[in-house]
Structure formats: structure tokens, C-alpha cells
Design a binder for this molecule. Structure first.
Ligand SMILES: Nc1ncnc2c1ncn2[C@@H]1O[C@H](COP(=O)(O)OP(=O)(O)OP(=O)(O)O)[C@@H](O)[C@H]1O
Ligand SMILES: [Mg+2]
Length: 340
């Protein structure tokens, strides 16, 4: 049931389609700005709506403002201007209600070294004023493959396990939204994939996940939507699938043995582009279902008597677009024609 949602002024989709029907925004960020005491502007007016049940990846270079944004939503940093609500609760006026709905896995690993895993997680739940519930804690620890290590002291765990304890802590009070600030930084490939499974399972259980990452393939793999932030501004917010469709344009490059002045009439169906020096023909063959495939093109090229020296294909990637965006700032976002 395709339903394109209305867009906010910032162009961020509101109430996107996830599974069946339109899902309301669980987090609403309006004109959010932050200047630190030294006058540094870490956020310069961010507008973003996050739908319940989605996985949103926040991409951006070091110092872009990702942690600052998350810290404001979690009540650790006071905004200078703007407004954030979590399930309708203002994060300042209604702090406790807003905070109780959020779990935060911080960028830095901070655990009491001599505390046992199970006590760490139980204590965290208590901090949120939730009554003790052994069944919930067991379910969380099992879901993160930590149950067998519940009586280990935190300092005895590997780095990957410590990260999972941080997630267990963040989930201990059964939040509806989980923030993961670089959950896979410095984590090996196997553990990273394990973390992806954890995040997907969380989403399947109805938790909204916002994660920051420096790994573009992670965003591509995990996220329903990708937001790119740099210098305190959102440069792009787009459905991952949509972004990949836009980027997934493939080009076939045909190097000609003999230069030509014009594309032969017999090849006009393909809308080929001839390079300025007449030595290359370019054929965009992806995302254009109205165009014929490669096999008929090559057959028609042979029929037209063209002599090819070489052929290759190329595809733009999310990484290229990301690099262009953060190099050129907001201008590049305008050029891609996607929301900013
Ligand atoms: N307490 C503070 N006082 C002054 N400047 C700060 C403070 N906290 C963060 N900043 C600055 O704000 C900017 C954004 O920092 P932030 O931690 O949000 O970036 P980030 O996108 O999370 O980067 P990274 O990918 O390195 O984690 C940086 O230039 C940082 O130096
Ligand atoms: Mg950070």
C-alpha cells in the first residue's frame, strides 16, 4: 500500500510507511540549535521527524553534531533554541516522561568494572524508577547473548560484550526509543554483524532505533532512513531504498576503436550519449525499465558494425554521494534533489 507521507518544512518525511499504514512520529525535532559556552555552534537549526518503529542512521564526519543531537534528546545537553518532543512529551517541560521512553547507549564505554553484569542492568532499571522485574532482565540478557555471563564482572568481558551490556542497560527500563551512538566503532566484522541482528530484533519488537555510524555500508544495510549531518546542519534525510534507487544508476561505457561524429541511427532507442571526443558511448541501463537491456544493445552494436576496443560499467555509490555532500555542504544536497 504505497503511501507517500506529507513532508515537514524541512523536507523530512513524516509518518512514513512501515509495513502497513502510516506510522506517527515518535520524535519530533524543530529548529534545534546548540551553542556551547565557548560560542561554538554545534547545531544550527535541525528539523527532523522520526517515525515509530523505524531504524534511522545518522551519518556525519567527526564533529558534525551527532552526539550533541542525541545528548539533547536524552536530556544530557541543554538546547540553545528549538523544541524536541518524545511521544508528545517536551524534553524540557516534561523531562521525566520523555526520558523514561528513551534508552541511550553512549559512544564511550562506561561501566563499573567490579559490578556483575546482571546487577549493572538491574540497577539501571531501578534508576528509572521501574519496579524490579527479573523476567524482563532475563529476556534482555538472553536477547543479547549475555545470560551465560550474567555473573561475570564487567571488567572480565571483551569489548564487544561490554557494548552489549551497555545496550542491556539502555533497554532495562523497556524504552520505546533506543539511541545507539556508534555501536560498532572499533568492533570486528563478526561482532558488527551480530550487532546488526540485535538492532533488527529490537526493531521487530517495536523499538525505534536511532544509530550513528561512520560505516556507510552499515547505514545502507540497517537503516530504513538515512540522515546526513555536517557542521550542525542536516544535509539529507531520505529513505534508504529511495536513496539507493537514485544512486543505483549504472552506466555502461563503450570505448570505440574508431571515433564517430554521431550515434548511428540504428541505436537511437538506447538514448546513448557520445563523449565530446567521439571515443566513448555511454549507456545508462539501471533504473530505466523502459530501456532495453545490455544483450540487445550489444547485438545492435554488432549489427551497426561498430568496433569496440573495451567496455566497462560503473555505478555511483552512497559513499561518493556522502563525500560530495560533506565536502560541498548544503549546496550538494540541493543538487541531489533530495530533502535536507
Ligand atoms: N561541551 C562542549 N563544549 C564545546 N564544544 C563542544 C562540546 N561538546 C561538543 N563540542 C563540539 O561540538 C561539535 C560537535 O560534537 P559532537 O560530539 O556532537 O560530534 P559528533 O558528530 O558526535 O562527532 P564524532 O563522530 O567524532 O563522535 C564538535 O566540534 C565538538 O568539539
Ligand atoms: Mg559522537
Amino acid at each position: 500500500m504505497p503511501m507517500r507521507a506529507r513532508r515537514s518544512d524541512a523536507g523530512a518525511p513524516v509518518g512514513e510507511e512501515f509495513g502497513e499504514g502510516i506510522v506517527p512520529a515518535i520524535i519530533s525535532i524543530e529548529s534545534l540549535a546548540k551553542s556551547f559556552d565557548d560560542g561554538f555552534q554545534a547545531l544550527k537549526g535541525v528539523d527532523l521527524e522520526i517515525s515509530e518503529g523505524e531504524i534511522l542512521a545518522l551519518l556525519g564526519p567527526n564533529g558534525a553534531g551527532k552526539t550533541t543531537l542525541i545528548s539533547i534528546i536524552c536530556g544530557l545537553v541543554t538546547p540553545s533554541a528549538g523544541r524536541v518532543t518524545v511521544a508528545g512529551h517536551d524534553i524540557i517541560a516534561d523531562f521525566r516522561a520523555a526520558r523514561s521512553l528513551i534508552g541511550l547507549v553512549p559512544q564511550e564505554i562506561t561501566l563499573e568494572p567490579f559490578e556483575k553484569v546482571i546487577n549493572t542492568v538491574q540497577f539501571s532499571r531501578g534508576l528509572f524508577g521501574r519496579p524490579r522485574n527479573d523476567a524482563v532482565i532475563e529476556r534482555i540478557l538472553r536477547s543479547l547473548s549475555l545470560w551465560d555471563r550474567r555473573n561475570s564482572r564487567n571488567r572480565e568481558l571483551s569489548g564487544g560484550m561490554k557494548r552489549r551490556v551497555l545496550i542491556a542497560k539502555a533497554l532495562s527500563h523497556e524504552p520505546r526509543v533506543l539511541f545507539l551512538d556508534e555501536p560498532t566503532a572499533g568492533v570486528d566484522v563478526t561482532l558488527r554483524r551480530e550487532m546488526w541482528t540485535v538492532v533488527r530484533d529490537l526493531r521487530a519488537s517495536g523499538v525505534t532505533v536511532i544509530l550513528t555510524t561512520h560505516y556507510i555500508e552499515e547505514a545502507e544495510e540497517m537503516a530504513d532512513r538515512i540522515a546526513v549531518i555536517d557542521h550542525g546542519k542536516l544535509l539529507l534525510v531520505e529513505q534508504t531504498a529511495q536513496l539507493m534507487r537514485q544512486l543505483g544508476r549504472k552506466e555502461l561505457v563503450l570505448d570505440l576503436a574508431v571515433p564517430m561524429d554521431a550515434v548511428p541511427a540504428g541505436l537511437s532507442d538506447y538514448k546513448l550519449q557520445l563523449s565530446a571526443d567521439g571515443m566513448q558511448l555511454l549507456y545508462e541501463f539501471d533504473g530505466h525499465s523502459d530501456r532495453p537491456g545490455l544483450a540487445p544493445l550489444l547485438a545492435d552494436i554488432a549489427a551497426a558494425g561498430l568496433d569496440l576496443r573495451d567496455l566497462s560499467t560503473r555505478q555511483s555509490s552512497l559513499e561518493e554521494v556522502f563525500l560530495t555532500l560533506v565536502r560541498d555542504g548544503g549546496d550538494a544536497a540541493d543538487r541531489t534533489g533530495v530533502a535536507q
